[in-house]
Ligand binder design. Sequence first.
Ligand code: FAD
Length: 462
Amino acid sequence: MSSPQIVWFRRDLRLQDHPALCAAAARGPVIPVYVLDDERAGNRKPGGASRWWLHHSLESLGKSLGRHRSKLILLRGDCVAGLARLAEETGAETVHAIQHYEPWWKDAEEELTGHCDLALYDGNYLMPPGSVTTGSGTPYKIFTPFYRALSRMMPPRDPLEEPALSLPDEWPHSDDLDEWGLLPTKPDWADGFRKQWDVGEIAAQDRLTDFVDRVSAYEDDRNFPSCEGTSRLSPHLHWGEISPAQIWKALEGKRGQGVQAFRSELIWRDFAQNILCQFPYYPEESYRQAYRDFPWRNPNRGHLIAGELEAWQMGRTGYPIIDAGMRQLWATGWMHNRVRMIVASFLTKHLLIDWRHGERWFWDTLVDADYASNGTNWQWVSGTGVDTQLFTRVMAPLLQSEKFSAADYIREWVPELAHLPDADIHDPPPSKWPEDYPERLIEHREGRERALSAYRDMKGET
Ligand code: FAD
């Protein structure tokens, strides 16, 4: 009888197209394990929305393993110690895992190799992060050349079938998922999440099937928050319930601008990971030195921003599109991409608040909160990052709302304004401003001027 093989699941909560699982299954009986290691990530513990998703995703993975008469072993505590102990206890030959690139996972992988045989596999990206380089072997910092280089390497390898699993003679002890307390109880704020999301690998496949029929309209519809124009696959991708190779494969044979545009977004996801490989702490501070000393409005400098930050977080800025987006985020754990850009621009430019406050709020509240994608996008909107996006590009929320026909989106999320006609809802006139809708935190022109003046100060211009 061959030795048992441990499969260490992290953000790869699927059975199909899972190279680590396939390799383990080919070698012996499989012990699937998830370790909840809250301390490992330091101050990057998953936020409340992520924990909600994780609970349901683990539940779903456990059920899928049950179809093989297998089960998911749940351990809590230091993952290196836990896996090393488990390997010893079960006589497992090897721990198999899909490679992860967040710095705390890289450290754990390195530490674990000192304790047992660890086999790492690629599988969560179109190309292994760090592998797309220029002719001289250096990684890319700008999206367009990265996009061109990665496109030349496409398609990705074919997705792998779900393997047959043989079972160990004995099962080790497992925690009870319900006792991990990942779900909110007092209060239970997840009602909107339950209405919005089906979690797990099967749900991810269903969402993909539904989207494949709509992909031809993606190019036109994706910027309009009132319509279901995007895939909403982001949490499934983040948690690895589906792989980008599976998505690419499902689009095979589809032609046109919609598919092209959608694939390019998937490549953005690889690009963000490629940035994290080069700068492991990219989401922690501005990449550009000048912005580390930028005159953000900051309590340390005597600015009272707490009320404004909270108004932004709770969707009470007096800008309908921003309030709609922030309330959608709070209620469902997700926000439309166009609106993410608008709210991020507003926080960092109009309110002149350091992007890291926004990044943190997204980290706590998004079901797709992703260390690489969140950090890269916040720095991109703020103009503080590796690419050429400028701080001086200040998005105009009222014009954006009109241009991208956000009236129905606002009606859905800002009931105080639901009675207003399309002509008024983006920018309600004073005579129709509802009493229960907050005043604007700052007028657009004033916010824009203040941001540009801070920029000139940083540059030493008068
Ligand atoms: P689709 O339009 O259907 O795109 C398909 C997939 O491509 C997405 O599921 C996602 O995995 C990927 N993708 C799309 N746009 C981007 C992008 N700009 N950068 C990286 N990957 C992308 N995305 C996250 O997954 N996690 C985050 O924490 C995150 N934080 C963001 C913060 C800000 C300030 C901004 C502006 C964007 C952020 N994004 C993040 C990117 C993007 O908003 C979401 O991926 C997208 O809205 C998810 O919806 P969708 O699945 O319907 O996307």
